[in-house]
Design a protein around this ligand. Structure first.
Ligand code: CMX
Length: 426
């Protein structure tokens, strides 16, 4: 019989704990980072001050999940990626099937969630709806219940995993329900007993299958957005909230609130908006010169060009490259896709000339919108919800591991401006 995820983790965790104890015992005082004044003021960029084993982002290579470059994972299912993120290994076919079955068993959305969502204003942003739903579902937390009953520290990860399973098993159903409620697409569609996570999401959104292409696109989308190491706003927020032993519902909802910022996950709604604005302004797919002019107009009005630049990456994001390759295969004649592709040839040049952005290349958000639009998701305010469904896998894998390893409550030291001024005089 194939092992369950819990059994696999149960075998793995003692070794991980030993590793961590050995590091702290043997090398606790070794220095791994220094902090400059510019870093303290500038969002702690580049400061190495937390540990995350699920993935790393190399400035010149992009996302690497458990040692595997993301470009080598594009054919996998998001469920497989979750297993990989949390255990460090790909699941066997039997392990995957067992895990998918377990998810289905956790898949019921409590009826009160739909009541909460229906009571929200008709103009609510879909991200506010998703965050509210996850927070409201905190009522289901096994972690909170077990904590109040007095579990030991060694046991924390077990109910954290139980809560994680509940969130993963329901988040796509909730997200699809939000789409149908918010955009008046008709009744909410029930999850299927058979389909995998991504294909089920497509079905519950009510998108046309287009001979299976829509599910393929969704699978790619959900795989590419799962994780981006530990320091980005959503992962870091989830980490910090979880470190206070707030349960996974609180922590994930908090992380998603961060993802809803236009400099982070919301950039993907902004991106397609920017592309469509160029098309509207120039009556169809713009020429290279028109894109150049519009990019300068955006920069000169003090705005950022969404989908370009990154805090860590210094090359074209491989996740953008994966979306671009998919677009070239399935929709090369689509004018929106063609515009995205053309923007990619022009905007890096413009940003280099502008001279501010350290990375002029596209990030994950620059290309995904064109694919979603093509397969019928025209409401780009909704795009960050898709990002969230996927990113819940990364946040939750990190959170469960942190509870297993007894990661301490986050509490960096802040300093005052006066202290900084004194310090630099010394
Ligand atoms: N357009 C215009 N200016 C940009 C820019 C862009 N796409 N990217 C960076 N810059 C500017 C910054 O605003 C900053 O200007 P100031 O010095 O006036 O403040 C300067 O270039 C230096 O910034 P940086 O060090 O290169 O980038 P940061 O690490 O500070 O910020 C990011 C990274 C992603 C927030 C920024 O590149 C940006 O705003 N990009 C557009 C929004 C976007 O695509 N976000 C999605 C990122 C992916 C994700 O997390 O989901």
């Amino acid at each position: 019989m194939a092992k369950t995820l819990k059994e696999t983790l149960g075998e793995l965790i003692p070794k991980l704990r030993e590793e961590r104890v050995a590091l702290v015992k043997g090398y606790g005082d070794a220095k791994i980072s220094e902090v400059s004044v510019a870093q303290a003021i500038g969002g702690m960029r580049g400061v190495k001050g937390m540990v995350c084993d699920t993935s790393v982002v190399e400035p010149d290579k992009g996302l690497i999940i458990r040692g595997i470059p993301v470009m080598e994972l594009t054919e996998k299912l998001p469920e497989e990626i979750f297993w990989l993120l949390i255990t460090g290994e790909m699941p066997s076919a039997d392990e995957l099937a067992g895990f998918q079955k377990e998810l289905k068993a956790h898949g019921e959305v409590p009826a009160y969630i739909w009541k909460v969502l229906k009571a929200m204003p008709k103009t609510s942003h879909p991200m506010a709806m998703l965050d509210t739903a996850i927070l409201a579902m905190e009522n289901e937390s096994v972690f909170r219940k077990r904590y109040s009953e007095g579990m030991t520290k060694q046991e924390y990860w077990e109910p954290a995993l139980e809560d994680a399973m509940k969130i993963i098993a329901t988040i796509h159903t909730i997200a699809a329900g939000i789409y149908r409620l918010r955009y008046k697409k008709g009744p909410i569609i029930e999850p299927s007993k058979k389909l995998d996570w991504g294909a089920d999401y497509v079905k519950m959104l009510g998108l046309a299958p287009k001979k299976g292409e829509t599910a393929k696109m969704m699978q790619l989308y959900l795989v590419l957005h799962t994780d981006h190491e530990g320091g980005n706003v959503s992962a870091n927020t989830c980490h910090t909230v979880g470190s206070a032993l707030s349960d996974p519902f609180y922590a994930v909802s908090a992380g998603l609130n961060g993802l809803a910022g236009p400099l982070h996950g919301l950039a993907n709604q902004e991106c397609l908006g920017w592309v469509l604005q160029t098309m509207e302004k120039f009556n169809g797919a713009p020429t290279e010169q028109e894109i150049r002019d519009y990019a300068w107009e955006t920069l000169n009005s003090g705005k950022v060009i969404p989908g370009y630049g990154h805090a860590v990456l210094r090359v074209t994001d491989p996740r953008f490259a994966a979306f671009n390759a998919f677009g070239k295969k399935y929709m090369k004649n689509d004018p929106v896709f063609q515009t995205v592709d053309r923007v990619f040839t022009i905007v890096p040049e413009v940003l280099k000339e502008h001279g501010k952005a350290k990375n002029p290349w596209p990030n994950v958000d620059a290309g995904s919108g064109a694919l979603l639009y093509y397969y019928g998701l025209k409401e780009f305010e909704y795009y960050t919800v898709l990002f969230s469904v996927s990113r819940s896998l990364g946040m939750l894998s990190q959170l469960v591991l942190n509870r297993a390893l007894g990661t301490a409550i986050t509490r960096p030291k802040s300093v005052s401006t006066a202290w900084l001024q004194d310090q630099v005089k010394k």
